[in-house]
Design a protein around this ligand. Structure first.
Ligand code: TYD
Ligand code: MG
Length: 450
């Protein structure tokens, strides 16, 4: 057999190059290139699938995708209304964030609903999975476990057992013998995913693939296969905080705006149906620098607390940090404050934090960031029953944002009674229990803190 040609791959994004490079031109990460053999594309693994014939568009049956409900509402919503039959879903996330737990809980619900489920783990022994399952509660119905990493054997098992849903935990442990590279390498991860895709489509099995996000590890990250799968979900959260957010970043069968919120308890993940309440837990009352903002995640309004700490700097260059929001945006807003309101920000350290560890990157948070900065700078607290939202432009104007009414409603639901919002949005909203204060320019709010 001819020796396989070696080429270089970026293990973050899968970019290919003929020579080693320090920085990947595609994803701009440093030191991510690894040398691996080129995989010749062969139809191996596709046995049993006929070559496809072209079909007239008008003849293609337009049936709605059939979906299987998982029984976990937060998950169903993120998937776009349940699992599409024959779809390939990637669940990515940091190690230890709860991917295996979430999927095992999903298996539990599915098997209790008379679905035939196969959970394949390449990381844990059957005994370890059983121990985890015992923490999660009672299991019933047909849930098969398999501890295996050889994809050929996995394929055989799937063809024999014909389950409806299969979990592969994790793709970085799986390998196909013909490919002369280690499990977790870019070529293995890519090829095995390609084969799983064919199995999913060919046999009509819905397959969930777990992919660990790597920091500086030796395995290929899930970015390598994002473009190959139907749906990409990321499970994120602070490892120290207990809540977790499941976010769809790609979905061929639904919107990518949806998020699901969970809390990690000692008996597994619990759904959080009221995330605002969860995010505002422990919010200080009457403290300067703390402002509540109404943000939108997908189609859901979520109230978050924005905190700012502004103090005299001890460095030549002031320190600025932004946790949970965009660092550049914070710098821009501080420049606007300096230029438009004449507030001296250049000698000030600024620490901005979205409490609770949530990441909010929408411009509607601008007004809250500015208010929190002003509140900390002037050492004056805002009334604790007040929230705000609005985008801020470079001249200090407060611009309209989308879904303003939902934001106001959420504020009302959570017991807030004053809302600062863009004047243009205010004109279209009626809410009898809440005092709406329209703002045109940030100049109008400076008096609140004097
Ligand atoms: P796990 O699902 O193994 O993470 P991943 O598959 O993403 O690597 O989650 C492991 C963490 O979750 C571990 O630190 C223990 C914690 N955990 C709980 O807090 N409660 C539970 O009921 C379970 C099963 C795990
Ligand atoms: Mg795991």
């Amino acid at each position: 057999m001819a020796k396989n040609k070696m080429i270089f791959f970026c293990k973050e994004c899968g970019y290919e190059a003929s020579k080693w490079m320090g920085q990947c031109p595609a994803c701009k990460q440093w030191d991510t290139f690894v040398q691996e053999p080129v995989v010749k594309k062969s139809p191996a693994g596709l046995n049993g699938l006929k070559a496809a014939e072209p079909e007239l568009l008008s003849r293609v049956a337009a049936v709605e995708d059939q979906r299987i409900l998982t029984g976990i509402q937060e998950l169903d919503r993120v998937l776009g209304g349940g699992i599409v039959i024959g779809s390939l879903v990637l669940v990515g996330g940091d190690p230890g964030i709860g991917k295996s737990t979430l999927l095992l809980q999903m298996c539990r619900e599915l098997s209790a609903r008379q679905k035939k489920v196969l959970y394949i783990s390449g990381e844990e022994s059957l005994k370890q999975i059983k121990m985890r399952a015992e923490r999660l509660g009672t299991f019933q119905g047909e849930l098969f476990l398999l501890s295996e990493t050889n994809l050929d054997d996995i394929e055989d098992t799937m063809r024999k057992l014909m389950p409806e849903i299969v979990i592969i935990d994790s793709i970085q442990t799986m390998y196909k013998e013909e490919i002369g590279a280690a499990p977790g390498s870019v070529s293995q991860v890519r090829e095995t995913t390609g084969i799983l895709m064919h199995i999913a489509k060919g046999l009509g099995i819905s397959i969930f693939i777990v992919g660990h996000v790597t920091k500086e590890g030796v395995v290929a990250g899930p970015k390598v296969l994002e473009h190959m799968v139907d749906t990409v979900l990321y499970f994120e959260g602070e490892s120290k905080a207990t809540y977790r957010i499941l976010r769809a970043v790609k979905n061929r069968f639904g919107s990518t705006n949806e998020i699901g919120v969970f809390e990690m308890r000692d008996k597994g993940l619990a759904e959080v149906s009221n995330p605002s309440e969860f995010m505002l837990q422990g919010k200080p009352e009457g403290e300067p620098g703390s402002v509540v903002a109404a943000s939108i995640e997908g189609t859901r309004p979520i109230l978050v607390e924005v905190q700012a700490l502004i103090c005299q700097t001890n460095f030549n260059m002031p320190r600025r940090t932004a946790a949970g929001t965009d660092y550049n945006r914070v710098n821009l807003l501080m420049a606007v404050l300096e230029k438009r309101l004449g507030i001296q920000m250049s000698g000030m350290d600024a620490y901005i934090n979205v409490a609770g560890g949530m990441k909010v990157n929408e411009p509607a948070l601008d007004l809250a960031i500015v208010m929190a900065i002003l509140s900390s700078f002037k050492n004056r607290a805002l009334d604790s029953k007040t929230i705000c939202f609005g985008e801020i432009g470079l001249t200090g104007e407060v611009r309209a944002v989308n879904m303003a009414e939902q934001r106001v409603m959420e504020a009302g639901k959570m017991g807030f009674n004053v809302v600062f919002l863009p004047q243009i949005n205010k004109e279209n909203i009626n809410h009898s229990n809440i005092k709406l204060i329209g703002v045109r320019n940030i100049r109008e709010i400076i008096n609140l803190f004097s």
